[in-house]
Write a protein that binds this ligand. Sequence first.
Ligand code: GLN
Length: 378
Amino acid sequence: PLSKLSNVGTTIFSQMTQLANENEAINLSQGFPDFMPDHELLDHVDYFIKKGFNQYAPMGGMITLKEEITRKIENSHQAIYHPDSEVTVTAGGTQAIFTAVATFVKKDDEVIIFEPAYDCYEPTVELFGGVVKRFEMKAPDYAIDWTEVRNLVSDKTKMIIINNPNNPSGKILKENDLQELIKIVKDTSILILSDEVYENIVFDGKQHLSIARYPELKERTLLVASFGKLFHVTGWKIGYCAAPKALTNEFRKIHQFNVFSVNTPIQLALAAYMKNEDHYNNLGQFFQEKRDFLRKGLAGTSFGLLDCEGTYFQALTYDKISDKNDFDFASELTINHKVASVPFSPFYKNKRNDHVIRLCFAKKQETLERAIENLSRL
Ligand code: GLN
């Protein structure tokens, strides 16, 4: 093969967005807001650029931002990270995930993932010679059978990747899940990569149970989060990895040769903006209104609504409308009905087809209204 990932295609998110654009469809596929971020945040960026903060940031990130990050984690999860030695600012969640895997996964190491799994986990593990072991969560409830997960563990298990809240299913982990995970890793040297980029988008008064809350997990975890999701700026590509000092030390050895450091004025702007906690504490409520609007609008249609506990994605079944596979159905929906979605099957190695598609509701009211109107015609 020409490259190490010759067998991999273009991500489903790029594919569906392209199809949406070609067909002038309402794009509820790739997860990004179609509304403006807060002007106050934009003003901070403008200020720092014009003030002259336009050169390299320190390799691990600007200290003011790292302090705001650790304050946020402490306030939300009562967990302490040292801003200078335990937080690294990254060029988005994906880069943090890539760097974490690159740092720790060696040839023949086994990595456990939960499917439907965000599409970068598996290729990244394989790029570094790791072997993926998977547990399939299935529609409609996407529950985890921890006995089966335990059976995937061997003396080669290097890492377990969890994604909570889960993209694409919208499921969140419960206390019982975390307790089971604690039992599995106890007395092992297994690392955890915890992708929590949707941590602030949890609904119905439920609580996001971050890994950071559990000392037995925190000590072995690389915790990944994203400002793109937190402040409606996915195009800024900025996030972070929080991890105990010894893990952060190793992580940064790769980070320094991968991106070296991240956009300076934006880091300063985020730090200034985060001083006011109201800027991130009400995100769940904000998106819950959008979720409820979409669900209410689709309730009378032929689509089935699966539970959505978190993230800005609503999963839909379409058995009453078509028996096509989800990829063909999503393509048809984009071309003929002008609503782009993301099928679930690309999130499974075996392309498992439960006839489920995902709609992103991080959109203006009018965008959601137009989508509901089109979907009501099916
Ligand atoms: N996280 C986004 C989603 O799930 C996509 C990010 C990307 O396009 N790489 O839609």
